[in-house]
Design a protein. Sequence first.
Length: 63
Amino acid sequence: MDNKKLTEKEIQEKIKKVNGAMAQEGMPLTKELKQKIYDCIIGKSSTEKERQKVIEKYRGIYG
């Protein structure tokens, strides 16, 4: 992502677009997923950190 600071409105619009695309496939975003996307956009987390959390979660469940 570029260094341009996004406004809250722009961030919410990006999340809305992702949610719309996912909803078309029958998989709308949960509040939890929307928050994770938000955290990645604002720099509180990263896609790599979130990806690792998912891998660890399911590795613990399925080995």
